[in-house]
Design a protein around this ligand. Structure first.
Ligand code: SF4
Length: 300
């Protein structure tokens, strides 16, 4: 009630507290939400990754990464400016030997933070240490319920098995596990099975994305480039940007059709399931000519 009063005084009608805080942060140019990529290195080599350097080049790129002192200084500045939400991402954050010192500093400076990780380096000892630092969520990438498909995307044999072990550990230590899936050609036919796996695991939430991005150096992700050439869309001479747009459109349509089918045609439910704004989902559905109740023949 008090907050509603504040919102009304601020001319925000019945806006939520969060909307009030965001509006104030926008006005004051406060970096409320911060996404920090700590490294270009990763122990996986996903086909679609925009960020990670090939194995063998780790030492070379390491010198381009911020040092622990620089990161601490940056977090201090952000905290002093009013930063509240922090995402620690990579690459793979766990490949940094100083990761826990970074997370401890973030905690000390009062950030509500979450961690993006592929999970394969999360030993029992690391999970215990993580649990003591109380992140909001630990967000892990999963690409398929089929270990062979998942491992083919990460290009690390055994990565699915290690991911499952990490999820079990995280949940046992009371951490909120959030699964995220990039929808791509190799995994799109297995979404229903993957969705069931997320539910069986009892994860906090599971979201899907159809977005892939050019690499940080502007190149086509290596594996993805090959996939596009082997697949249906890549034409020599067509820019990656155009190809990517076509590719994303195609997968977006199939994903949306599946989402609506899963929600039995109920758009509000589909939006809730996908953690999406309902109006935005509506707009996407209109763009693709999908009506509530349309089903996909791709996933069953
Ligand atoms: S786990 Fe994440 S950071 Fe590592 S290669 Fe895959 S997409 Fe890139």
């Amino acid at each position: 009630m008090i907050f509603e009063g504040c919102a009304q005084n601020a001319g925000l009608g019945d806006a939520s507290l969060m909307a009030l805080i965001s509006a104030k942060a926008d006005r004051n140019r406060t970096p409320l939400n911060v996404h920090l990529e700590l490294t270009y290195r990763c122990n996986e080599q996903c086909v679609h990754c925009y960020c990670v350097v090939e194995h063998g080049r780790e030492q070379e790129v390491r010198r381009h990464e911020l040092t622990l002192d620089e990161i601490r200084g940056l977090l201090d500045e952000l905290a002093d400016m009013g930063g509240l939400y922090l995402t620690l991402s990579g690459g793979e954050v766990m490949v940094r030997p100083d990761f826990f010192e970074i997370a401890e500093h973030a905690r000390r400076r009062g950030f509500a933070y979450r961690i993006f990780t592929n999970g394969i380096g999360l030993t029992e000892a690391k999970v215990e240490r993580l649990a003591a630092l109380e992140p909001l969520t630990v967000e892990l990438s999963i690409f398929s319920a089929d270990p062979a498909v998942h491992d083919a995307i990460t290009r690390v044999p055994g990565s699915f098995r290690r991911l499952m072990a990490a999820i079990e550990r995280l949940q046992r230590h009371g951490l909120r596990v959030y699964l995220k899936t990039v929808v791509m050609k190799p995994n799109i036919d297995g979404l229903a099975k993957l969705d069931r796996l997320g539910k069986d695991l009892g994860v906090f939430t599971h979201t899907y994305s159809c977005e892939v991005s050019p690499r940080v150096d502007g190149a086509v992700p290596r594996g993805l480039g090959r996939k596009l050439r082997d697949g249906i869309e890549f034409e020599p001479g067509v820019s990656f940007r155009d190809t990517k747009e076509k590719w994303n459109e195609l997968f977006e349509r199939r994903y949306l059709a599946w989402l609506i089918k899963r929600a039995e045609g109920n758009i509000s439910k589909a939006a809730r399931d996908a953690d999406m704004d309902r109006k935005y989902l509506h707009k996407l559905l209109r763009k693709h000519g999908i009506t509530g109740g349309e089903t996909s023949d791709d996933n069953n």
